[in-house]
Design a protein around this ligand. Structure first.
Ligand code: ASP
Length: 354
């Protein structure tokens, strides 16, 4: 839809941006949408049609779970034709998980879904909330020279940068530039103007395909972080978690892990039992690769290489693929392939992708 007045849907989920201080405890607590929007009178100067949907009640994003992701994805799917773009206001703590999850849940997305929030509440005198909200709305309304939506994917806007949502990670609890995508360039740089990097933006080769939304996420997944001193008992206990289908194994450096027999035996037994183990590096920058003998020993156990995927994207990708009812052998084939630009794929995509 390309109306003269851009139509934007704001989905307010909570987070610091809309919080106010509890006068008794001084703790920040989520507050309602009218408080938030009353603090941004300038938004009217944009002359857009801006409607809103709000979580009832709005939440701190530490309380987010897959049921909330479904709520957000449904709000977008149900209103997809009526709006040019979507802005999700969200707490920063789990924003990268939400962005990753929504990117997988919305297949064939051709419109902008811009997620933003702030480090300081919008009602405070000094705040990054007002600027982030206004910039996010402008990005959601931006078009290319040929009138197509400029952003056709899920992205995180924070302070000076627009990042691909499933590539971003929260990197600071107090810096206004709270997010970064360490393995993929910014989609736009925000300064005096909004400078889009069109070569980095997701573009679709096939024409108009309807948006498909998937609301089924399987939470039989977990993250295991390696650390020197990890012991056999703890690791085996985690690997034997009842019902577990997928594990994101956060390894060292280029995907390395202990070479001790007890370790590789424990992993390979779990793989043989049918658990999908996805090897993701603890480094924020760089990729899992076959470089060291310690990585080779792990690869020989049957773990799947995660290359440069973030933990947030790895975990939510597993939830999405298992939730779609895909069998584990195909999940293993799909994990190292790019579905929504979430990793730098070395494996070529083949056939119909979920
Ligand atoms: N705890 C808050 C949240 O994630 C932090 C924030 O919004 O920055 O909801």
């Amino acid at each position: 839809m390309n109306s003269i007045q851009p139509r934007i849907l704001l989905i307010y989920t909570g987070g610091t941006i809309g919080m106010i201080e509890n006068p008794v405890t001084s703790a920040l607590e989520p507050f309602d949408f009218s408080h938030l929007i009353d603090n941004v009178p300038k938004i009217k100067m944009l002359n857009y049609v801006i409607d809103n949907i709000s979580f009832e009640p709005p939440i701190d994003s530490s309380d987010m779970n897959p049921a909330h992701w479904v709520e957000i994805a449904k709000a977008i799917k149900d209103n997809y034709e009526a709006y040019d773009g979507f802005v999700v206001l969200h707490g920063t703590d789990t924003m990268a998980y939400t962005a990753s999850a929504i990117s997988f849940m919305l297949k064939n997305l051709r419109k902008p879904v811009i997620i933003t929030g702030s480090q300081l509440p919008i009602g405070e005198v000094r705040t990054d909330g007002e600027e982030n909200l206004i910039t996010a709305v402008q990005i959601a309304a931006a078009t290319t020279a040929s009138g197509e939506p400029m952003v056709q994917e899920v992205a995180i806007l924070f302070e000076n940068y627009l990042w691909r949502g499933n590539r971003a990670t929260k990197r600071s609890a107090d810096n206004f530039n709270a997010f970064k995508s360490h393995n993929y360039p910014e989609l736009a740089k925000i300064g005096l103007g909004i400078n889009f990097h069109e070569e980095a933006l997701l573009r679709h080769t096939h024409g108009e395909i309807p948006l498909e939304a998937s609301y089924s996420l399987d939470t039989s997944v977990m993250v295991i972080d390696l650390f020197p001193g990890i012991d056999s008992r703890t690791l085996r206990h985690q690997l034997a978690t009842p019902g577990i289908k997928g594990i994101v194994l956060r390894t060292y450096g280029a995907g390395n892990a202990p070479t001790a027999r007890w370790f590789t035996d424990a992993i390979s037994e779990a793989v043989k039992r049918g658990v999908v183990v996805f090897n993701v590096t603890q480094c924020v920058n760089g990729s899992v690769m076959r470089r060291y003998a310690s990585g080779d020993a792990l690869a020989a156990t049957g773990v799947v290489m995660g290359y440069d995927i973030t933990t947030e994207a790895a975990l939510t990708k597993m939830m999405y693929l298992f939730g779609a009812g895909i069998d584990r052998e195909r999940v293993k084939l799909l994990l190292p392939q790019s579905l929504r630009g979430e990793l730098t794929a070395t494996v070529a995509s083949a056939g119909d992708m979920p």
